[in-house]
Design a protein around this ligand. Structure first.
Ligand code: SAM
Length: 238
């Protein structure tokens, strides 16, 4: 491409999602996913967010830093279509775009100053830990929520596809960590309910033991039936 501009990163996301696997495909699907944005550099100034507390939700503009180095192609295979149909990249929310810029609506829970850093507490995020933020805007329902909009293959929020249970070991683990992570059970349940496996696995017999990294935990889980998954154990990563 012929022209370039330089943008400043205005903050970084602190997210429970420490790896790409199991991050929901859009925000709002896992309401128990809570994190914060820490404003940095010249943006670390309470004046920038004066009045923002009046809004319940925010638009975040961010960089897909975890995949940006992999480049992009004009055609991609949306996971939503089972990964076997190609669409133009600009017809999708793929992370592999000409500019690796993403946009997500998240809930704004609080704005606070901690150790001289402005922090915005957010929930319902779909962002990898340490995602760089390039802009934040208030969500304005009268203009941003279009109830008569058509959305092709992405018209409806995918229904939860797995029912989740916890083994007795996992229940003991939850109790152990309840003091510092009271919402861990809800977070794990919501993340797994959307079936984080690659799309081609759904509806297939699967005896693989999966791991996923949420907060500081390695969570082991396994399918128990075509539409059921069980959490086997929750280990703190040293
Ligand atoms: N809501 C955003 C959008 O529409 O631009 C993101 C949609 S994208 C399909 C969501 C996926 O991006 C997540 O499932 C996760 O795998 C991936 N993701 C989130 N943060 C990322 C990051 N910083 N770098 C690379 N991939 C990321």
């Amino acid at each position: 491409m012929s022209q370039q501009i330089t943008l400043d990163i205005i903050g970084y996301v602190s997210s429970p999602y420490k790896e790409k696997f199991a991050i929901p495909r859009q925000p709002g699907i896992v309401s128990a996913a809570k994190g914060h944005i820490e404003l940095t550099g010249q943006a670390n100034n309470l004046e920038l967010v004066r009045g923002l507390e009046q809004f319940s939700h925010l638009w975040l503009m961010f960089i897909f830093h975890g995949t940006a180095a992999q480049g992009w192609k004009p055609l991609v295979r949306p996971p939503r279509l089972g990964g076997n149909k190609k669409l133009g990249v600009l017809a999708t929310r793929s992370t592999f775009r000409p500019n690796p810029v993403g946009m997500s609506v998240v809930k704004l829970d609080d704005i606070r100053l901690e150790n001289k850093s402005v922090k915005l507490d957010i929930s319902g995020l779909d962002l990898l830990d340490q995602t760089p933020i390039i802009d934040i805007k208030p969500y304005i329902p009268y203009s941003d929520a279009l109830y008569d909009a058509s959305a092709g293959f992405a018209q409806d929020c995918p229904a939860d596809s797995l029912s989740i249970s916890f083994s007795s070991q996992a229940k003991r683990d939850l109790l152990k960590f309840h003091g510092s992570y009271p919402e861990l059970e809800q977070l794990i349940s919501q993340v797994l309910a959307q079936d984080p496996r690659p799309a081609y696995k759904s509806g297939q017999a699967d005896d693989k033991c999966y791991g996923m990294h949420l907060h500081q935990f390695n969570i082991l889980w396994q399918m128990t039936a075509l539409t059921g998954a069980q959490v086997l154990s929750i280990e703190k990563i040293a």
